[in-house]
Design a protein around this ligand. Structure first.
Ligand code: C5P
Length: 238
C-alpha cells in the first residue's frame, strides 16, 4: 500500500530517453514524492529505466494504462508489481472483472515477493474525450455521469485509487469512500505558458479540493530550472 507521504508531487518523466530521464530524476529527486514513467519513456527505454529509477530509492508510478482481457491485464500487473513500483494504471472501461483481476494480481504477486502491493489506479474517461466522443463510442454522453459510473464500479471492484481531472475531484470526493486515493494531472501554477491542458487547477487548489497526489509534467520538466520549479510548487502547498 502506498502510504500518503508528505510530498504529494509526482513528477512526470515525459522525456524520450533514459539519459534525459535519469538526469531529470537526479535533479529533482529531493523535492518530489515520486516519478511517473509513461508510455513514451517506457516504450523507448524499456523496463530498464523503471529498475534504474527504483534503484535510486524513489517511488515510481508506472502509467501504462492497461486495457485488455482480465487474464492479460492480471499478468501485465504481475510483471509491473515485480519491478516494485508503487502505482500502476488500468482503464476502468475494461470492466469489473478486469479490475478485480488486476487488483488481485497486484496483491497476490506482492505478497509472494514480500513487497507492499502497488496502488492500482483506475482511469475513467480520458480528459481528451468530450460528450461527442463518448456518444460516438456508444456511452452516456454526459462526461460527469460516465466518470461517476466508472469510478463507482472501480471502487466496487476493489480498486483503492483513481486518476481524475482536477475539476472532477470535488464531485468524486462526495460519492467515494474517504480511503480512495485520487491522483490528479492537469496541474498548472499559472507561471508557465498555456498548453494543451484545458481544465486545470493550481497545486494548492487541487490538494484543497481533495487530491491525494498531483501529477506534474511540463511545469517542472520544461521549466528553465526544474529543481527550482518543483521547490516552488512544494512550498506553495504550505
Ligand atoms: O505536462 P503535464 O503536466 O500536462 O503532464 C501531465 C501528465 O499527466 C502527462 O504525463 C499526461 O500524460 C498525464 N495525464 C494527463 N491527463 C490525463 C491523464 C494523464 O495529463 N487525463
Amino acid at each position: 500500500m502506498v502510504e500518503k507521504i508528505r510530498n504529494p508531487i509526482i513528477a512526470a518523466l515525459d522525456v524520450p530517453s533514459a539519459e534525459q530521464a535519469l538526469k531529470l530524476a537526479q535533479q529533482i529527486a529531493p523535492v518530489v514524492g515520486a516519478f511517473k514513467i509513461g508510455s513514451e519513456l517506457f516504450t523507448s527505454a524499456g523496463p530498464d529505466i523503471v529498475k534504474k529509477i527504483r534503484a535510486t530509492g524513489a517511488a515510481v508510478f508506472l502509467d501504462l494504462k492497461f486495457h485488455d482481457i482480465p487474464n492479460t491485464v492480471a499478468k501485465a500487473v504481475a510483471s509491473a508489481t515485480r519491478f516494485d513500483v508503487q502505482m500502476i494504471t488500468i482503464h476502468t472501461s475494461g470492466g469489473g472483472e478486469m479490475m478485480r483481476a488486476a487488483e488481485k494480481s497486484a496483491q497476490d504477486t506482492a505478497k509472494s515477493l514480500g513487497l507492499p502491493p502497488p496502488l492500482v489506479l483506475g482511469v475513467t474517461v480520458l480528459t481528451s474525450i468530450d460528450s461527442n466522443a463518448l456518444a460516438e463510442i456508444g456511452c452516456d454522453s454526459n462526461v460527469g455521469h460516465q466518470v461517476e459510473r466508472l469510478a463507482s464500479l472501480a471502487v466496487k471492484s476493489g480498486l483503492r485509487g483513481l486518476v481524475c481531472s482536477p475539476l472532477e475531484i470535488t464531485d468524486l470526493r462526495e460519492i467515494l469512500p474517504a480511503h480512495i486515493q485520487l491522483v490528479t494531472p492537469g496541474i498548472r501554477t499559472g507561471a508557465e505558458k498555456a498548453d494543451d491542458q484545458k481544465r486545470t487547477l493550481t497545486p494548492r487548489e487541487a490538494i484543497q479540493a481533495g487530491a491525494s497526489w498531483l501529477v506534474i509534467g511540463r511545469p517542472i520538466y520544461a521549466a528553465e530550472n526544474p529543481r527550482a520549479a518543483a521547490e516552488k510548487i512544494l512550498s506553495s502547498l504550505g
